[in-house]
Design a protein around this ligand. Structure first.
Ligand SMILES: [Zn+2]
Ligand SMILES: [Zn+2]
Length: 307
């Protein structure tokens, strides 16, 4: 089952000719999930050829304009396209007031329900059958939520030869076992899923910091992430300035990736001062090898894990 990340905007604070404002799309089965919704996100989606209609959830990290000003335009376009599917919007306190104020002052009529959820506490903010989205308060100049999309473990591998040997007839009984139910055979014996399946396989995990300085608790939050998308607004030489502005440097991002035992690190929220971000990459790679600097429209596939 495919899990793909598409970077729609990778700039920090202001857009550049090469980089749009923060927006990251996660594609999982029929769902599209947006993390942050910077201005210009609609055109970025068109360029990336990702459909609007399948977006079911938007997670906003914080109320700074570069992360949220794309939302009103996106909602308006969805309404013009006669969307009727519900959209869930998650974000820090203030997001509901923002949404209501825009709706009232811009006076657009929505054709679909928007469910706004203000996240007040760290923890699971959205629970689905196969995954959950967790949040943790980060350390920016305004309240910022870092998010983790965490898949539940997948069931183990099915061994048809074991099922055959136990006398389970091929067909609906196999499917029942694969979906976690026991099967009663005509001879009265019961076959349990664990008799014919391997042990459960871990799900995948994507973590996105939003804007933040390094903070206590993040390493545990991001533990074993398959993909860590981290603020790296300014280079190491500007660490003091980054701290003042509530941001991280490439080395700080890399230290977090290393300590969290992440598999892969992507630096994002790149300041407009770095037309060529190679310096950021070098600084991070000294600490964490498997690092890249995000680019708009970059797609990353996160493979299934067997153990
Ligand atoms: Zn920002
Ligand atoms: Zn910010």
């Amino acid at each position: 089952m495919s899990l793909r990340v598409v970077f729609l905007g990778t700039a920090g604070s202001v857009p550049t000719p090469k980089r749009g404002l923060p927006a990251i799309m996660v594609r999982r089965l029929g769902e599209r999930i947006l993390f942050d919704c910077g201005e210009g996100v609609q055109r970025q989606m068109m360029h990336a050829k990702v459909g609007f209609h399948r977006i079911t959830k938007v997670f906003i990290t914080h109320m700074h304009g570069d992360h949220i000003l794309g939302l009103p335009g996106f909602l308006q376009t969805m309404a013009l396209l006669d969307r009727n599917r519900k959209l869930e919007v998650y974000g820090p306190p203030g997001i509901r007031r923002f949404h209501e104020a825009v709706k009232e002052t811009v006076q657009f009529a929505l054709t679909f329900p928007v469910e706004v959820c203000e996240v007040k506490n760290s923890g699971i903010v959205c629970k689905e059958k196969e995954y959950a989205v967790e949040a943790i308060w980060a350390d920016h100049v305004v309240p910022n939520l870092a998010y983790a999309l965490v898949e539940k473990p997948r069931s183990g591998e099915f061994y048809p030869e074991k099922a055959k040997a136990l006398g389970v007839p091929e067909g609906p009984s196999w499917s029942k076992l694969q979906h976690g139910s026991s099967v009663k055979l005509s001879n009265g014996k019961t076959v349990k899923p664990e008799d014919v399946m391997g042990s459960p396989r871990p799900g995948r995990k994507i973590v996105y910091t939003g804007d933040t300085r390094p903070f206590d608790g993040f390493v545990e939050f991001a533990a074993d992430a398959d993909l860590l998308i981290h603020d790296a607004t300014l280079d190491d030489k500007l660490a003091e300035r980054a701290w003042e502005d509530g941001h991280s440097t490439p080395s700080q991002a890399a230290e977090n990736a290393e300590k969290a035992k992440a598999k892969r690190l992507i630096l994002t929220h790149i300041s407009a001062r770095y037309e060529n971000p190679s310096m950021l990459l070098e600084q991070a790679k000294k600490i964490f090898k498997n690092t890249e600097v995000a680019e708009d429209f970059r797609r990353i596939e996160i493979p299934l894990k067997d153990f």
